[in-house]
Design a protein around this ligand. Structure first.
Ligand code: GDP
Ligand code: IMO
Ligand code: MG
Length: 432
């Protein structure tokens, strides 16, 4: 049993990329298993910042295999751009990257459907997707009839399939527009251009494409050390998150087996990644959100702007009710608390320990999004600290109040804190 999973326990952007990069040194294989180029994972070392969307954050260690597993949805243009950027930075990926032929492919019609269906008017608020075609691609995968996988790019009937799908999509796309004004913006798909573009992408991707499932199963049989990199966060999980304000995959710990093909009994360590506070991008309820100057201070200090879409992230206090739920759901064995440095300089810091729902105290995370929108956070207020902690490398050197904050957070969530991060770089990390 030698697999470690890195799972976001909030609404994404918990700094999973940093921890995956860090833990890669102790592993033989790093596997990304769900999501797509909606993810933006940042890795910082040697003073340089790298942004990854599809390629596993372990790619910087040349002796480790990076696998994009079957549960991922791949936009070929996006991944090629990432490969090019990495090559330009001198990162050696030629022999290290393996892309599953079972992974599904994102096409231009998926991005167009994403644009048209983000705000259907069915709900009061738009989902606020990343517009990368993620939801529509997963929808086609489950619907099957109009879905294509990476392996299909290399089959003789690929062009015919694209032509047939384009004919169907050209009928359905205008029907997705919520009014005439939007309908006027829908341009017909050019099947021949899409075939040409995708056959070009396929050629360039060919060296990386293979049977990742067999590769992973062999690695499991050989008891290799495997690191699994989650994308998004558990509260964005399509089944267990704040539906419908979620992404279209199982982004909580629940999704690791389905996306990677690795049996659950192989998992040993499940590292739940949390920020020392909470952020969210896009629509949906967020009980501890701060609309005041404190929220803005967190945003400024944490540079809380989307890695992918550059949208300002919504910021708020740490929600222990939500993280207690997601850490139990994913079976987290430990917590990695990130961006603790951002909380330096606050007189007091709040932790949400329970909710008030219709006048009653509740300690569970409501399943209904409308209930969640109505809860009021019940806070415990702890004293802050003023010291700059970005240079701290040992747990005992943290200010007393920072340690008290971590202890209380861990106690309310019910999981031990194993890692504390005090800055974006690899070395700005405290292993407890
Ligand atoms: P991911 O999607 O979970 O990998 O997270 P993102 O990369 O989208 O967002 C995390 C951001 O926080 C990135 O800009 C990181 O460089 C940065 N970061 C990571 N750890 C720390 C930390 O401990 N302190 C600070 N200040 N920034 C951090
Ligand atoms: P990483 O891996 C934060 C959010 C979007 C939107 C919702 C649905 O960097 O943590 P989608 O495009 O997936 O259909 O959008 O999910 N979202 C993320 N938020 N971090 C992410 O990834 C996200 N990926 C999707 O903002 O609210
Ligand atoms: Mg991110």
């Amino acid at each position: 049993m030698a697999a470690t999973c890195v799972i976001g326990l909030q609404w994404g952007d918990e700094a999973k990329g940093k921890i995956v990069d860090l833990l890669t040194a102790q592993n033989d294989v790093v596997v990304r298993y769900q999501g797509g180029s909606n993810a933006g994972h940042t890795v910082v070392f040697d003073g340089k910042k790298y942004k990854l969307s599809l390629i596993p954050s372990g790619v910087f260690r040349s002796d480790v295999k990076s696998v994009i597993a079957s549960g991922v949805v791949i936009d070929p243009a996006a991944i090629l751009q990432e490969i090019d950027t990495l090559r330009q930075s001198g990162v050696e990926i030629e022999k290290n990257l393996l892309i599953s032929e079972r992974a599904h492919v994102i096409f231009p019609w998926h991005r167009e459907e994403d644009r048209l269906m983000n705000d259907t008017g069915v709900r009061s608020e738009a989902i606020g997707t990343t517009m990368r075609g993620i939801g529509p691609c997963y929808r086609d995968k489950v619907g099957r009839s109009t879905a294509l996988r990476i392996g299909d790019l290399y089959r003789a009937d690929f062009a015919d399939k694209v032509r047939a799908i384009c004919a169907l999509k050209n009928q359905s796309l205008p029907g997705l527009a919520r009014n005439e004004e939007v309908r006027a913006t829908v341009k017909p798909l050019d099947a021949e251009q899409i075939v040409k573009d995708y056959l070009g992408y396929a050629e360039r991707l060919r060296p990386f494409v293979g049977d990742a499932v067999n590769y992973i199963l062999d690695a499991v049989d050989a008891d290799k050390k495997i690191l699994l990199e989650g994308a998004q966060g558990s509260l964005l999980d399509v089944d267990y998150g704040t539906f419908p304000y979620v992404t279209s995959s199982n982004s909580s710990g629940i999704g690791v087996c389905a996306g990677s093909g690795i049996r659950a009994t192989f998992f040993k360590r499940i590292v739940g990644i949390v920020k020392a506070y909470t952020t969210r991008v896009g629509g949906g309820p967020f009980p501890t959100e701060l609309h005041d100057e404190i929220g803005q201070k967190i945003r400024d200090r944490g540079n809380e702007y989307g890695t992918v879409t550059k949208r300002p992230r919504r910021c708020g206090w740490f929600d222990a009710v939500a993280v207690r739920y997601t850490s139990r759901l994913g079976g987290a064995t430990e917590l990695s608390v990130m961006l603790l440095d951002v909380l330096s300089g606050f007189d007091t810091i709040n932790i949400c320990v329970a909710y008030e729902l219709d006048g009653k105290r509740v300690e569970y995370f409501p399943s209904d999004v409308d209930d969640l929108a109505r809860v009021k956070p019940i806070y415990e207020t702890l004293p802050g600290w003023s010291e700059d902690i970005t240079g701290v490398r040992k747990y005992e050197d943290l200010p007393e109040n920072a340690k008290k904050y971590l202890d209380r957070l861990s106690e309310v969530v019910g999981k031990p804190v194993a890692i504390v991060s005090v800055g974006p770089s690899r070395d700005q990390t405290i292993i407890k």
